[in-house]
Ligand binder design. Sequence first.
Ligand code: CMC
Length: 439
Amino acid sequence: MQSCIKPPRMNGTVEMNIDGKSLEFPTIVGSEGEVGIDIGTLRAKTGAITIDPAYGNTGSCKSAITFIDGEKGILRYRGYDIADLAAKSTFVETSYLLIYGHLPNQTELKNFSTLLTGNQMLHEGMRYNFEGFPTTAHPMAILSAMINAASSYHPNLCCEVNRKQCFPNHAARLISQVRTIAAFSYRKAHGLPTVYPKSSLCYTENFLHMMFSAPNEDTVLKPEVVRALDLIFILHADHEQNCSTSTVRTVASSQANLFASCSAGVCALWGPLHGGANQAVLEMLEEIHQEGDDGTKFLNAVKNKTGNRKLMGFGHRVYKNFDPRAVIIKEQCDKVLAQLHVSDPLLDIAKKLEEIALNDDYFISRKLYPNVDFYSGIIMRAIGIPMDMFTVMFAIGRMPGWIANYKEVMDDTDARIVRPRQIYTGENLRSYTPMADRA
Ligand code: CMC
């Protein structure tokens, strides 16, 4: 079965009155009933543009990949509910679903897995790129640089025909190698010898193997740890037009190659308001713990906006009721810690913060709820992932979503380069003053 992109319904028009002139613009209705006003002809008709800083009201594209209803807390990949996928799917299967639009049959899944395994090794030349980084380098800096560096080993990426024909190979290469690069960067940062991937292991097992085995002794892979990390990858796999995905689409719109576009996505993800929030949450919890606070003092500072503090891991541009990923991850957090017999004081602080915040008018009135990053760091800490690798885990998970969005841009025959406009607020024309005449 092939996926189909349902053409949006053009359901009518809206009338706008600009400078006394009445203009009509068509509306577009998505397959879940969301309405957009198509203002594509606004500037040509009026000379005016719309202004929407941070794009809170702007639909940048039509997409058939992921649907979110922020008010109802709904998240679906290709029509499948996130809770259903979290309970029943694997990260590899979910990756296939996102990129190719349908759940794979047995043969498709086997072929996809074989392609991932066949592409898991990095070109040996890339070892020298790793050598160039100082041991203090943040793994996200290494990750984005190395993904871009990987493109230089595939010169055919730059030709449009090859870019399209070789897409399945490049997509598999990227999903597979992002995990290898991530593990190598951790080993490098900790002065540990590199451990190569093993073809007999599945995707997430292989990542844990490269992270934690020694060249002379394999780590023991606990099924509950493998499952927890696989679940984290599934929950992060796509999230429609977030900051990093729209960055990937913007870069892709210039017809840049897949590796360059996704490397830009890694950079956008790194910031603490986006994927970097998982590291920021743990830093915040550690700080609260070290100060002997139970969270009350910290939350007062947040509410009084003292020191510009935020409750990291709370709030979302789209979710205004609950983040369905956070519900699943909180449950998983309790389960994993119990299975591993880990008791973490930071989990107690997190729960206390959540309890206070959910009953506090500051957070209620602003519709601020825990997001996916609030509990994911506690799970990762319990399974031994160092804090500066948390956002890297997010990037591994998000890779199929970025790739699916890249493919959508590439397959769109109407696609144009992304090029927003601006309202200029600078100086009007002035003449150049020679240096000798300047005050
Ligand atoms: N703690 C305290 N106050 C907050 C928070 C927070 N985490 N988030 C938003 N607010 C306040 C904000 O100060 C503003 O208050 P006021 O009306 O008094 O000025 C109000 O709520 C509206 O916030 P906003 O900044 O306009 O919201 P936004 O949609 O622009 O930002 C956000 C969304 C996720 C960047 C923001 O909620 C935030 O910074 N959260 C903490 C960082 C975080 O957890 N990010 C991970 C997001 S989920 C992973 C992902 O997909 O990226």
